[in-house]
Structures are given as structure tokens and as C-alpha cells.
Design a protein around this ligand. Structure first.
Ligand code: 9UX
Length: 92
């Protein structure tokens, strides 16, 4: 699974595609979406169980580590290699 910045809007809004591991059911999806959605600066989080991916839109002020911590706080994880790729793509 490749992590990637999927969009930058007006130089501010940033869309990130973040791999999530550990999800096994629809309730897991809800947990991860709520956890990410509660992070200040996150505008929308949409999780796909089948692809084990979260699409997260932020206002550009959210540190990647904050997102991974939110995922972990919900009981799931972001694969290490994906995090490295995201840092490269997002420049943070
Ligand atoms: Mo999904 Mo239910 O892992 O505990 S099976 S939330």
C-alpha cells in the first residue's frame, strides 16, 4: 500500500492517503474515522476497510505524527514504511 498526498487545494488544504493496519470490521472503520476526525485541523476522514486506507483532508496545519497518534489512540496502526513515504511526500 502506497501512502501519498492526493491533493493540495489553494496551497492549504491537504489530502493524505494513509494506510491503516489492524482493522477487521465496519466498527473498526468508525473508530478510526472518529479518531482522525477529532484531531484539530482535520476536515474530513474517510476510511476504506477493503483497501485498509484512510483518506484524510486537513487544513495543512496537522503534523503527520498527530494523525498516526490518533490512529494508534483508536487501537490501530500506520505501517512504518508508509509513514516514511508520507513524510517525503508531505514535506513534514
Ligand atoms: Mo472491529 Mo469489533 O476489530 O471489536 S471487530 S471493532
Amino acid at each position: 500500500m502506497t501512502a501519498a498526498v492526493v491533493s493540495r487545494v489553494a496551497g492549504q488544504a491537504v489530502g493524505l492517503r494513509v494506510p491503516i493496519s489492524g482493522m477487521t470490521c465496519a466498527s473498526c472503520v468508525g473508530r478510526v474515522e472518529r479518531g482522525l476526525g477529532a484531531v484539530p485541523g482535520v476536515q474530513r476522514a474517510s476510511v476504506n476497510l477493503a483497501t485498509e486506507t484512510a483518506e484524510v483532508f486537513t487544513d495543512g496545519t496537522v503534523a503527520l505524527r498527530t494523525l498516526t497518534q490518533a490512529v494508534e489512540g483508536s487501537g490501530y496502526s500506520v505501517p512504518e514504511r508508509a509513514i516514511d513515504q508520507l513524510k517525503t511526500d508531505a514535506g513534514n
